[in-house]
Write a protein that binds this ligand. Structure first.
Ligand SMILES: [Zn+2]
Length: 175
């Protein structure tokens, strides 16, 4: 199957009227905020979004975004692979139209349309993946290079041969 790049921006209301489906990829390197916390900043994000109009007449974008990323294990510092996956349902809104916002079911997230009536799909997908990224990624204990046992001894600190800078200060004070 040929992988198509999905559009960065589009008009969600028109897409909903046409019942468009976007099925394609986003280059991972175009998601700069996300790749900041990744070890390998290249790859592909698989994105699928179905646009439709619900019974209430709202335009609805329902989709998934998934990719595998390399992050640093917070325990051992080695690179680890993580599968990120996100499912979402958005409805587009115009700015701060509170009357319209009040009618939106809680199960929908809202995305604001810009002055051209478009939304930024790349930003939406990037936000979703950043939320899917764990704050402190770690290997499972069994796979981690630093076992839980080693951690419990708390034997991680400055090497003993290195002089403690505060000790030096104390020596100076004594003189
Ligand atoms: Zn680890």
């Amino acid at each position: 199957m040929q992988k198509l790049k999905i559009p960065v921006t589009f008009d969600p209301v028109k897409a909903a009227q046409k019942r468009s489906t976007f099925d394609g990829i986003l280059p991972l390197q175009s998601l700069i905020r996300l790749t900041e916390s990744l070890v390998i900043k290249q790859g592909e994000v698989a994105v699928r979004i179905e646009c439709a109009t619900d019974q209430q007449g709202l335009a609805v974008l329902q989709g998934t975004a998934s990719c595998s990323v390399s992050v640093c294990c917070e325990r051992c510092g080695e690179t680890m692979l993580l599968a990120l996956e996100s499912s979402f349902i958005y409805t587009p809104v115009k700015g701060d139209d509170n009357a319209a916002l009040a009618l939106i079911p809680e199960s929908y997230d809202v995305i604001v349309r810009d002055e051209h009536g478009e939304i930024n799909l790349r930003q939406l997908v990037e936000d979703e993946l950043i939320l899917a990224l764990p704050l402190f990624p770690m290997h499972d204990a069994a796979d981690c290079n630093l076992s839980a046992d080693a951690m419990s001894f708390g034997d991680i600190g400055p090497e003993p041969e290195k002089p403690n800078p505060f000790a030096i200060l104390q020596e100076l004070k004594k003189k």
